[in-house]
Write a new protein. Structure first.
Ligand SMILES: [Fe+2]
Length: 368
C-alpha cells in the first residue's frame, strides 16, 4: 500500500469555535475580513469575529463585496482594498464564494500579477494567511487550497490553487448555518455529497481517502430524509457540516471529476446553483462509471439506502420538476468547456468528448 496525505489546516469543529479559540483567529496585526453582503451578518459569524478582534486589539477592514461565483475582477477589487488598508491577514466568512475569493485575494495581495495568471501559474510569493469560517455546509473550502473563480474571457469557472492557499485555520461552527434557508441548505449539501462521491470514485483515490469519503457519505445519508422534508434540526446541521468538511478534505487529495466539469456550464450559462447543477448529473455519473468501479458504485448505493441508480437520480432531483432542455449548439459548447477542465482526467472511466456529449444529450436533450 502506498499513499500520501497532507492536511495542513488547523480545523476547529463545533459550536462556539471562534469565541472559544480567540487567539487562533489572530494571524497578524491588521485583518481584512472578506465576505458577501449577508450571510456573515445573518449567521452571527461576523459579530463573533468582530468581538474577538476588538478584545484582542486587532484593527480590521471589511470587504463585503464578494459576489456569488466571484470573478477575477471581483477578487482584484478585494485585493486592492486590502492593500490600500495594509492588511496582513485575511478572515474569510461565508459560503464557498467568499472563502474562494479570499484565497485569490490573499495571493494577489502578495504578488504583483495579472489576476488571469492565477489560473495558469503558481504565484511566486506566499499568500497572506487565511482564517476561514464557513456559513454553509457544502463547498468544504475551509479545508481546501482551491479557489473556484469565474473567468468571463473563457466562459466558465476555473480552479486556482497554490500550496499556500490552504487556510491556516478553519472554524467550522454548525450554529452559523442554523439560519440558512432550505434551498441553500439543499444545494450546498448536494455539493458536499458530490465532492465525497467524486473523490471516492476518482482515479486518484486511495484507501486512506476512501475512509474519509465513506464517512462523509454516511453523514450525508443520515440527513437525507431531513433534506427531503425540509425539517432540518440542529443535529442535522451538525452532520451536514461534518460531511462538508470531510468532502473538502477528500477532494483536496483527489480533485473532482466530470460532475464538476459538466456542471460548471449549467451554472455559468443557465444560472443553476453549483450544488443543483451537480445534483442533476449524479445519477448518470454513477451509471456511466459503473463498469469502471462496480464495487464502489454498489457501496454508494448501499450507503444511500437505494437499490437502483434510478432511485438515486430521483432523490437528487428533489424540488425540481424536470431538467432544463439544451439545444444542440449548447450541448456542443458545454461539451467543449467540460473537456477543457483538468478534472475530467480523474474520472474513473476514461472519457472522450463523445461521452460527455452523449451524457449531456441523454439528460438535457429534451427526450427524457
Ligand atoms: Fe463543488
Amino acid at each position: 500500500m502506498e499513499f500520501g496525505f497532507h492536511m495542513p489546516v488547523d480545523l476547529i469543529f463545533g459550536t462556539g469555535a471562534v469565541s472559544n479559540n480567540a487567539k487562533k483567529l489572530v494571524l497578524g496585526s491588521k485583518a481584512l475580513i472578506v465576505t458577501g453582503r449577508n450571510s456573515a451578518r445573518i449567521s452571527g459569524a461576523l459579530d463573533d469575529v468582530v468581538s474577538v478582534l476588538t478584545s484582542e486589539n486587532i484593527d480590521y477592514y471589511v470587504f463585503d463585496g464578494v459576489m456569488n461565483n466571484p470573478t477575477l475582477e471581483n477578487v482584484s477589487k478585494g485585493a486592492s482594498f486590502g492593500r490600500e488598508n495594509g492588511a496582513d491577514f485575511i478572515i474569510a466568512i461565508g459560503g464557498g464564494s467568499p472563502m474562494d475569493a479570499a484565497k485569490a485575494i490573499a495571493a494577489l495581495m502578495t504578488n504583483d500579477m495579472n489576476p488571469i495568471d492565477l489560473i495558469s501559474t503558481v504565484p511566486k510569493n506566499q499568500s497572506l494567511p487565511i482564517a476561514a469560517i464557513p456559513t454553509t455546509s457544502g463547498t468544504g473550502s475551509e479545508v481546501t487550497p482551491y479557489s473556484i473563480l469565474t473567468v468571463h474571457s473563457m466562459n466558465t469557472k476555473k480552479n486556482f490553487y497554490s500550496p499556500s492557499s490552504f487556510p491556516r485555520v478553519a472554524f467550522a461552527d454548525p450554529a452559523y448555518t442554523y439560519s440558512l434557508p432550505y434551498e441553500i441548505t439543499l444545494d450546498t449539501a448536494f455539493d458536499a455529497f458530490s465532492h465525497l462521491l467524486e473523490s471516492y470514485l476518482s482515479k486518484r483515490s486511495n484507501y486512506f481517502n476512501d475512509v474519509i469519503a465513506i464517512e462523509g457519505m454516511k453523514a450525508f445519508a443520515e440527513c437525507m430524509d431531513a433534506l427531503n422534508t425540509g425539517e432540518i434540526t440542529e443535529k442535522t446541521r451538525e452532520s451536514l457540516m461534518y460531511s462538508s468538511c470531510l468532502g473538502g478534505v477528500a477532494i483536496t487529495h483527489t480533485g473532482t471529476t466530470i460532475i464538476h466539469a459538466m456542471g460548471y456550464s449549467l451554472t455559468y450559462f443557465k444560472g443553476y446553483s453549483h450544488g443543483r447543477a451537480n445534483a442533476m448529473l449524479i445519477g448518470s455519473y454513477l451509471d456511466f462509471n459503473r463498469t469502471a468501479q462496480p464495487e464502489k458504485v454498489e457501496k454508494v448505493l448501499s450507503i444511500l439506502g437505494f437499490e437502483s441508480i434510478d432511485e438515486v437520480d430521483k432523490y437528487f432531483m428533489v424540488g425540481m420538476d424536470k431538467r432544463p432542455v439544451l439545444d444542440d449548439g449548447e450541448i456542443d459548447k458545454f461539451t467543449g468547456l467540460a473537456m477543457g477542465q483538468g478534472s475530467v482526467m480523474q474520472n474513473p472511466r476514461t472519457v472522450k468528448a463523445d461521452d460527455i456529449n452523449k451524457l449531456y444529450r441523454e439528460l438535457f436533450g429534451g427526450k427524457g
